[in-house]
Design a protein around this ligand. Structure first.
Ligand SMILES: Cc1cc2nc3c(=O)[nH]c(=O)nc-3n(C[C@H](O)[C@H](O)[C@H](O)COP(=O)(O)O)c2cc1C
Length: 330
């Protein structure tokens, strides 16, 4: 057992949190993770209407009586608007979900302080996923309850400060009093033990959760993740100010080629559409779309159930800490 500020805050067994994953974090997968003792995620941008979003939360509730988070991504989007963010946060408050993971712009700036107050009143814990100390300090001042410290290793959209989790975690721990969770490169017991040594109260994983039996992506993709190495991701879309880490494939090479010759947003957009990405997950075509994957992919070697993954990660973390302290005592 590992007891931390995160397990205490939410009453969960393991301080292991699933990060928001567009297209993948839906009720069944979320409930599987929460039922196994971790913290599942329902990613709000999967739902464009209030009805569909609320029904996803209610469906998750039917599948688990354990806490879960809702991921609200506040980054430039051609599909999701400021009105969506406000709707997501209001519904989270009304439905009294356990917590909200926000990435991108902070809630106070994107929606207004009244949304933070609304969530607080409803007992919803608010976490911001940040890539810098300054953004963590801002979130603390705005009234957030915790920080996800996301290093440049992470899949998805790492901040273009490009600081690694190894340095970002202890720097944020130095500067804020809120509980800090390490994001990026978190994949097994050794990385979890390392994060906790750096002062983290838990870890967030996403790439690792993709290669589990319950994740609803095509098996080809899971097998591809097992084969790939830590150096096989690339940062794309820096030129359009939306840096993203994705698995190296033919699609990502095409995006990099457009960016290298100065091609703009209009040329890049057709290569990175949501339709392409969801089709890739469904059909198992590993070259069709940018697949958001972290450097942690190099440490993905199997496809366990979520339950096996969580229990094994915690067991390995505890063993690792004991093995190191035995060396110190020797
Ligand atoms: C397939 C996939 C989709 C993601 N989609 C989102 C998203 O919609 N919003 C978000 O804030 N982060 C997203 N992320 C980032 C994760 O929530 C998390 O921060 C990151 O992946 C952690 O690094 P790791 O993958 O190495 O564990 C995504 C990551 C992956 C792997």
């Amino acid at each position: 057992m590992i007891k931390t500020a995160i397990t205490e805050m939410f009453g969960i067994e393991y301080p292991i949190i699933c990060g928001a994953m567009m297209w993948l974090c839906k009720p069944e997968f979320c409930a599987a993770i929460s039922n196994a003792g971790g913290m599942g995620n329902v990613t709000a941008a999967n739902y464009e209407t209030e009805e569909a979003f609320r029904s996803a939360i209610q469906q998750t509730r039917k599948l688990t009586d354990k806490p879960f988070m809702v991921g609200v991504t506040i980054l430039p989007s051609v599909r999701i608007t400021a009105e969506h963010y406000k709707m997501y946060l209001r519904v989270c408050a009304e439905e009294q979900v356990a917590g909200v993971e926000v990435s991108g712009a902070p809630v106070d700036k994107a929606c207004g302080m009244e949304f933070i107050e609304m969530l607080k009143k409803a007992g919803v814990r608010l976490f911001h996923k940040v890539g810098s100390v300054r953004h963590a300090v801002h979130a603390e001042k705005a009234g957030y309850d915790g920080i996800y410290a996301a290093g440049i290793e992470e899949g998805g959209h790492p901040l273009n400060d490009d600081v690694t989790s190894m340095v970002l975690t202890p720097r944020i721990v130095e500067e804020v009093k809120l509980p800090v969770v390490t994001v990026g490169g978190m994949v097994n017991g050794k990385t979890m033990a390392a994060a906790m040594m750096l002062g983290a109260q838990g870890v967030m994983m996403a790439t690792r959760f993709m290669a589990t039996k319950e994740c609803m992506i095509h098996n080809n993709i899971k097998e591809e993740l097992k084969k790939r190495q830590e150096y096989e991701t690339a940062l794309i879309c820096k030129s359009i100010h939306l840096q993203a880490r994705a698995l190296r494939n033919r699609n990502v090479d095409a995006v990099l080629e457009v960016e290298a010759r100065g091609g703009g947003f209009e040329e890049i957009l057709p290569l990175i559409t949501g339709d392409r990405i969801s089709k890739a997950w469904e059909t198992g075509d590993v070259d069709l779309a940018p697949m958001m994957v972290g450097q942690s992919v190099g440490l993905v070697h199997d496809i366990p159930t979520v339950k096996e993954l969580l229990a094994r990660t915690v067991r390995e973390a505890v063993d690792q800490v004991r093995a190191v302290s035995a060396k110190i005592n020797a």
